[in-house]
Ligand binder design. Structure first.
Ligand code: GLY
Length: 354
């Protein structure tokens, strides 16, 4: 079993989840709550039950799947259910699911009765390599992503690659965007490896390396005062596109799909502002266009997208701040970019992706 030490807790990588079993039995918890969405209730809870046969006494809290449900209304439902179950401050919440479950479950747990313990059992690639580690909890509001939330560290994270077998290819490719991002910002070798990987056969070493990169950044800057902003490469434009898609599309973009678009646009900005070479811009563009579906938008939505970007948490003094690449494997942050250039970056995506 491999582990990574994070901010006062461990990330465990193992197929049998035995560490979760001993974590629960040593914790003297008054009650165990398992937070799931409909998908993880159907496909992942049985896996958890089969590897933890001694875990018989627990209550389940279920929400509808999907980013559109990561909001205050659903969160109130979760708090009410916790209250109905009589959860006290010694209860433990196990968040079993993708990014929506780990973000919202972490937020609900960190605010209920001023905070109860929670652990993350991420079941999607996206949640395994990104959302479950680093203590960001939160919900969306008015299509602005993660605008309400806390920094609260889980008591442990348990990563079981078996859960990825429950995912379809679209979900895997979405999560893979965050792995590519970790390569782009910190590790050229990982990026090059990503170019050769068949996502449906992603190996646990790539997941481990991806978490290691994220964790090293988080350890240096837990509350995103500076360096941690590099983890948001692709996310300023990507979150705006994701927020727009959630509002307007019947089948909205998944997080990683929107971030892939954001990374193409922000690679263009990196070429203009932070030294990314023409050759590397082409390479990154080619890689994302090859793997991710095309998304069309009309220039008439740019004002709306820029309005969403103005709510981004990385902004300072009303200026839109970006994390950009200096080269593949190295990133910088607090780069303030003109609105004209943001529009040109959005044009660039449309010109290269068909
Ligand atoms: N997902 C970016 C971060 O955790 O900082």
């Amino acid at each position: 079993m491999q582990t990574i030490d994070s901010l006062g807790y461990k990330v465990y990588f193992e197929e049998d989840l035995k560490s979760l079993e001993s974590f629960i039995s040593q914790g003297a918890y008054s009650q165990v709550l398992i937070f799931v969405d409909r998908n993880t209730n159907d496909h992942c809870l049985p896996v958890l039950q089969s590897v933890l046969p001694n875990l018989v006494d627990y209550d389940i809290i279920e929400v509808d799947p999907g980013e559109e449900n990561k909001n205050i209304d659903f969160c109130i439902g979760v708090w009410k259910t916790m209250l109905d179950f009589g959860a006290d401050r010694k209860a433990l919440m196990i968040n079993l699911g993708g990014g929506v479950v780990t973000d919202m479950g972490g937020f609900a747990a960190s605010t209920y009765k001023r905070g109860i313990d929670f652990v993350q059992v991420p079941t999607t690639l996206l949640a395994q390599v990104d959302a479950s580690v680093g203590g960001k909890t939160g919900i969306d509001m008015d299509n602005v992503k993660n605008i309400i939330g806390t920094f609260t560290q889980p008591k442990a994270v348990f990563i079981n690659p078996r859960f990825l077998e429950t995912l379809d290819q679209r979900q895997l490719i979405s999560g893979f965007a965050e792995v590519i991002k970790h390569g782009l910002i910190q590790d050229r070798d990982l990026y090059n490896k990503c170019k050769q990987v068949d996502v449906s056969k992603i190996d646990s070493e790539i997941i481990y390396r991806s978490v290691e990169i994220k964790n090293n950044v988080v350890l240096k800057d837990p509350t995103e005062q500076g360096l941690r902003k590099i983890l948001n490469f692709g996310h300023t434009i990507g979150h705006a596109i994701e927020g727009y898609s959630l509002l307007h599309d019947d089948n909205p973009l998944l997080h990683g799909e929107a971030i892939a678009i954001g990374m193409i646009c922000e690679a263009w900005l990196s070429n203009k502002y932070s030294g990314l070479s023409d050759l590397e811009l082409q390479d990154i563009t080619h890689e994302f266009v090859r793997q991710y579906p095309h998304y069309s938008y009309d220039k008439s939505i740019y004002t709306q997208l820029i309005a969403l970007m103005k709510n981004d948490k990385k902004n300072e003094d009303g200026k839109i701040g970006f994390a950009l690449l200096e080269k593949i494997g190295s990133a910088t942050y607090n780069v303030f970019v003109s609105e004209d250039d943001i529009q040109l970056a959005l044009d660039y995506y449309l010109s290269v992706s068909k």
